[in-house]
Design a protein around this ligand. Sequence first.
Ligand SMILES: Nc1ncnc2c1ncn2[C@@H]1O[C@H](COP(=O)(O)OP(=O)(O)O)[C@@H](O)[C@H]1O
Ligand SMILES: [Mg+2]
Ligand SMILES: [Zn+2]
Length: 328
Amino acid sequence: MGYNRENFRRIREAYAVKYQAARERADRRLEEVWASVPGVREIDIELSRVGLEIMKAITAGGENITAMIAEVRKKNEKLQAKRGELLRAAGYPADYTDVKYECPACGDSGYVNGVMCECMRRELILAACESSGISELLREQNFDNFTLDYYSDNIKNYEIMENVLTKAYQFANGFSEAGSGNLLFMGGTGLGKTHLSSAVAKRVIERGFDVVYVSAQRLISDFERGRFGNSSNDGIRQVERYSECDLLIVDDLGAEVTNQFTVSCLYNVINTRLNLRKSMIISTNLNKKELESRYTERITSRIFGEFILLVFAGTDVRMQKLRQKYGK
Ligand SMILES: Nc1ncnc2c1ncn2[C@@H]1O[C@H](COP(=O)(O)OP(=O)(O)O)[C@@H](O)[C@H]1O
Ligand SMILES: [Mg+2]
Ligand SMILES: [Zn+2]
């Protein structure tokens, strides 16, 4: 899976710390108990002896191994029960010395039988959302609250947008490392391009991929920061992510200042990702002609050759919503 390496490393480290801390806390409780309830310590020594017996029985094999193990296990249970009683009598809960993990399912290891635990997956998704560049506001825009109702004043537009939604939905739900192609969202302001980009981003993140969402303006300014290499490496680091992530979403192409430098940055990003067969979504308010006059043939031929063009139709949804809110 394409989990962001940096997030993955950081979260695994946090799990190791969490795991260790839970064990140390349990150790301290055990020491406390041993000091105040001597009977428990004796039982614990006995219990570890019993544990050894089980191990020996298993390694030795033999005919009546099952019977032996059953017998040892019974001994173990009896000792455990007695231990619990001693603890309770001393005013402790019976499980006082047990290790208390944050997640009982995986014992804070992040894995259950070699499969990533739900708790770790959630952490990764959260971190991925954070590092994807999708703002809080955008996070609220998803497939569930994208409705075709806003395009229903015109049957043609409705059908167009139904197709757009279907294509975006399929792209998101079928996203794979094997290469999922590229989408070009084209159309006027307020037709849902950013909303749908964000919906796709979230779904692809949920499926475990590393997604970066960035406005064209921001993309360019990160390249500039990298170029004019100030003290921080942020610009360069970020630029690396633009070629490394599984899905790059460039929003609002055409809103940035265009000059030779910005055009060559764009070309580099698009070209690199196409060569690596890594997916992109680009959205723009510009039409084909405008794109062609603004960017070089090098760029537009690649975009129109390698991206599935989805032209949005309808009337500004933002305005529709405002009208609904304030009445006509
Ligand atoms: N089909 C839709 N269903 C629900 N809300 C929509 C839809 N299309 C757009 N919106 C909302 O309208 C506003 C403008 O949409 P946005 O995606 O930013 O348009 P664009 O990026 O095409 O200019 C946003 O608040 C967005 O959530
Ligand atoms: Mg937009
Ligand atoms: Zn877990």
